[in-house]
Write a protein that binds this ligand. Structure first.
Ligand SMILES: CC(C)(COP(=O)(O)OP(=O)(O)OC[C@H]1O[C@@H](n2cnc3c(N)ncnc32)[C@H](O)[C@@H]1OP(=O)(O)O)[C@@H](O)C(=O)NCCC(=O)NCCS
Length: 184
């Protein structure tokens, strides 16, 4: 992991206003893809969705000065199909911090939460972290699956997830988005 970055796990209520704003700014970079994919976009609704969706959790990588270098948000169920799983809601890396393995590290953290990880690999990445030692979904429901939805146009993201062994679930995908799963 990049020197000086701190891994922090928060529920939305624990995020500072500045952290919410920085996370929103990263998400906003995908606005053209939302529009091209006929997804509505407005600031207030997007922020509400990010912080008020039931069960949302964040793992952030923060710089020494508290800036958000990257974050992943997730819930512990699929939001469309009610499949027991961990569902990645957002994954964004600030452009200055891309291609340094940060997104990979965050996905490893989520896989670990789902009970679908490699603890040694995850711990190696996260030497300085405040991840809570809570019961994971997998311990409760024993699925280990991690799902996500990505825009079809987001070829870079699709390439990234495929490299991490996610694959498309065709029957859940649609014209604009690809549903992907990582299975144990
Ligand atoms: C996609 C994204 C999260 C990747 O973050 P990242 O921290 O740069 O990714 P990593 O450094 O962990 O990359 C892991 C691998 O993914 C692939 N990859 C990542 N970025 C890539 C790029 N720009 N071009 C080609 N391959 C890429 C590579 O295989 C890379 O391994 P390598 O660097 O050893 O070649 C980041 O580009 C981003 O925030 N994009 C905008 C938001 C977004 O699309 N999020 C996904 C929404 S579903």
């Amino acid at each position: 992991m990049s020197v000086g970055l701190k891994l922090v796990h928060k529920v939305p209520q624990e995020l500072t206003e500045d952290e919410v704003s920085q996370c929103y700014k990263l998400v906003r970079k995908l606005r053209p893809m939302y529009i091209a994919s006929r997804e509505p976009w407005d600031r207030k609704s997007k922020i509400n969705e990010m912080i008020e969706t039931e069960g949302m959790e964040f793992i952030l990588l923060l710089t020494e000065t508290g800036d958000v270098a990257a974050f992943v948000s997730f819930i512990e169920k699929d939001y469309l199909y009610d499949i027991p799983c961990v569902f990645i809601w957002e994954l964004h890396v600030h452009p200055d911090f891309r291609r340094q393995g940060l997104a990979t590290q965050l996905v490893y953290q989520v896989l670990e939460r789902a009970g679908n990880g490699d603890t040694e690999r995850t711990n190696k990445c996260a030497d300085s972290n405040e991840i809570r030692d809570e019961q994971t979904l997998a311990q409760e429901e024993n699925t280990g699956r991690v799902y996500l939805r990505s825009f079809r146009k987001n070829l870079l993201a699709l390439q990234f997830y495929e490299a991490l062994n996610f694959h498309e679930v065709e029957k859940l995908s649609d014209k604009y988005s690809v549903y992907m799963v990582h299975e144990p």
